[in-house]
Design a protein. Sequence first.
Length: 310
Amino acid sequence: MPRRKTSAKKLSIRNRDVAHPLPLSPPWVLRRSRGLQILRLAPFRKLPWLVHGFSTRPGGVSQLDARQVLNLSFVEWDTRENVAENRRLLQAALGAESFALAPLKQIHSDVIHLFSAAPAHACKGDAAVTNRPGLLLAVQTADCVPILIVDPKKRAVAAIHAGWKGTLARIAEKTVGRLRLEFGSKPADLLAALGPSIGPRCYEVGAEFVAKFTAQFADAADYFDETRTGEEPNPLQWLNMMPPGHQPPPRNVHLDLSKANRSQLVAAGLRPQNIFVSGLCTACRTDLFFSHRREGAITGRSMSVIGIRQ
């Protein structure tokens, strides 16, 4: 029986903020399951032993701005009971009710954990790897880049939380190294999915970030786009110099975190065609995702998970 195509209209999520179709490229699929909408990657779905998904905002039992949301982190405005129920709903939607969830206490670092079982308490760190079935690795985001990696040959997986600090510390590249060390993974065999995160048009940072990244990455200039600040370079900048000859403060720039992490994965040996970037901006699409940059402290967290079936 031929597979029915999903129209753009069916993928359109409407609310007071945004009312245009979700721009999904072909490898990415948004599926509704048990009342939740889960973003998944087609090449990952071809592996019958793999469980994965990037959660979205709608659904759940938490209440935010008079709407039900799937908040998956223990934030101050929500109750622990709500979060626990939301996590149960997510696992049920993925068909992973029997999995042991292994989230991290994220600290914007390059700390990577090897899990052979779910820890009794959340470990401090920002990435995890495993080859044990029945364990669901998880990272939580509200603008940072969630990265899921799978080794189809060694049956090993990884979950990464990459904010600007973790990106600067090369956490994506180091996680690939950890997969090689622990499981003998070959980078050319790995598949990587970079989920929804804040896009470059919305992620304005101080000009000092250029120096920070340039000191670490040879291609750092590609991560920034000054023209999106809306200002043009002033060829007569010396006219604006203030006594005693100091230049005006440097203007801000825009940072593309997904591009920076994709570059790290390529540098680590992944094939460019095996790296999939969702291209979805959390700050632009607060109908579907949480965004700390746009909404402030009173927002939730999405969860990106990956695991191996028994």
